[in-house]
Design a protein around this ligand. Structure first.
Ligand code: UD1
Ligand code: CA
Length: 456
């Protein structure tokens, strides 16, 4: 049977104290709702429905996925009412899974186990044991252990409040049955809401059986109501990410001091030092070393490359055996061929650094195409911008640019050319020649330093 996950995401999230709808708050750089969608995508689904709330246009626009079925719940009258808004999508022969957009760590396998358990039941509910069950719906079982109902905290007596098995909210049921129960819900309870949880008692009334799948990791089913819980889940998520890397053969100086906000792929024997952040899609080749304090976004780093401390890379490509940093900044479009070296306080933007070329100290290289074996002296700057337009600099193979030179683009430095230190180069420099563009040094013979005038 095909599955129909219905993800409830209409909640206001007032306790987040935020302009942003709650389900768009992130874990690992991705909206919480996106995590839940991704887990559902790993199941054999027909459709995925999202119940979104008033003002939830922002949710739709951010998730930007029109393969999803977006269902508006304009007024929030409870979880049962929310599910009922998706009634038109609930075909009789689908298995419906109810999930929550603010429970981001839920795993596909757990959802699948809820579905699998349906083979012997009419309704399955994911429960967990909590030391402090306050606020949750309690699972009420008969003396024989079969589930009879779920009672919300606000409707519970003292006896029921002592129960530590709670409803995580996730349930699964066949479409046909679920629709008959939804039709029978009433808001006759302490909160005046249509409780989805009342389906459990309705199923039992019909002579059906309700089975629980107990989730043994409360973090997986923890919802986010405030930023404390969000921060807790962020740490849990990061811990899991770090573990994944360790299990793939990466060495981490400290698994608790690495943040991954996206996807990182790794070769063999990578070492990552403390306080490194990866954002977006990052690929690390084998034997790569990332020293402490680096922030690496959407970049590809080749085998045996070393990114030294405190370097910041964004949309960069680093070849094999490259050496970058410390304190280097590779901006979008920086492409380093194999064995290139970019040293401290060097910024590179939209430029190709040829094989074995070196930009070792204090430089800005922008809109530049650099050949192989080039040496760029300390403090060299490509002046690529006249305040309105950007221009290119071309540097031929094996050129040597003396320290503190400015290359005023558009300009081309020929192969094997040498530029004398301190030159301001405004015209093309020929191959294999020395070009100098600086004022001649002169000596004023017999010149004396001024002396301090005496006060009268
Ligand atoms: C619900 C369960 C409770 C369970 C708890 C787990 C019910 C009646 N109670 O309680 O048994 O222990 O979750 O966290 O189901 N939502 C909508 N539209 C609505 C109401 C809610 O989309 O009209 C969404 C919310 O955005 C939220 C989720 O459903 O993501 C749960 O709603 P919430 O009000 O937090 O339910 P609880 O009272 O916590
Ligand atoms: Ca809740």
């Amino acid at each position: 049977m095909k599955l129909l996950p219905i993800i409830l995401a209409a909640g206001q999230g007032t306790r987040m104290y935020s302009q942003l709808p709650k389900v768009l708050h992130t874990i690992g750089g991705k909206p919480m709702l996106q995590h839940v969608i991704n887990s559902c995508r790993n199941l054999d689904v027909k459709d995925i429905a999202i119940v979104y709330g008033h003002g939830g246009e922002k949710v739709k626009a951010t998730i930007a996925d029109d393969t999803l079925k977006w269902v508006l719940q304009s007024e929030q009258k409870g979880t049962g009412h929310a599910v009922d808004q998706a009634r038109e999508l609930i075909n009789d022969d689908l298995v419906v899974i109810i999930a929550y957009g603010d429970v981001p760590l839920i795993k596909a396998e757990t959802l699948q186990s809820l579905v699998d358990a349906l083979s012997g039941a009419d309704l399955t509910v994911l429960t967990t044991i909590m030391d402090d069950p306050k606020g949750y719906g309690r699972i009420v079982r008969s003396p024989e252990g079969t589930i009879e109902s779920i009672v919300e905290e606000k409707d519970a007596n003292n006896e029921i409040r002592k129960i530590t098995e709670v409803n995580t909210g996730f349930i699964a049921a066949r479409g046909k049955q679920l629709k008959t129960w939804l039709a029978k819900l009433s808001p006759d309870n302490a909160q005046g809401e249509y409780y989805l949880t009342d389906c459990i008692a309705l199923a039992v009334e019909d002579g059906g059986s309700v089975h629980a799948v107990v989730c043994d990791d409360p973090m997986e089913v923890q919802g986010v109501n405030n930023r404390v819980q969000q921060a807790q889940l962020e740490r849990e998520y990061q811990k899991n990410q770090a573990e994944q890397l360790l299990l793939k053969g990466v060495s981490l100086a400290d698994p608790a001091r690495l943040d991954i906000r996206g996807d990182v792929s790794v070769g063999q024997d990578v070492f990552i030092d403390v306080n490194v952040v990866f954002i977006g899609k990052v690929s690390l080749g084998k034997n790569v070393v990332i020293e402490s304090g680096c922030v690496i976004t959407d970049s590809v780093i080749g085998d045996n490359a070393r990114i030294k401390a405190n370097s910041v890379l964004e949309n960069a490509q680093v070849g094999n055996h490259c050496d970058v940093g410390p304190f280097a900044r590779l901006r979008p479009g920086a492409v380093l061929a194999d064995k290139a070296k970019v040293g401290n306080f060097v910024e590179i933007k939209k430029s190709t650094i040829g094989e074995g070329s070196k930009v070792s100290h204090l430089s800005y290289i922008g809109d530049t195409q650099m050949g192989v074996g080039v040496n760029i002296g300390a403090g060299t700057i490509t002046c690529n911008y006249d305040g309105v337009n950007k221009f290119k600099t071309i540097i031929g193979d094996n050129a040597f640019i003396g320290s503190d030179s400015q290359l005023i683009a558009p300009v081309e430095i020929g192969e094997g050319a040498t530029i004398g230190a301190g030159s301001t180069i405004t015209k093309d420099a020929p191959a294999a020649e020395l070009t100098l563009a600086r004022s001649n040094q002169k000596v004023l013979k017999g010149w004396k330093r001024p002396e301090k005038r005496l006060k009268d």
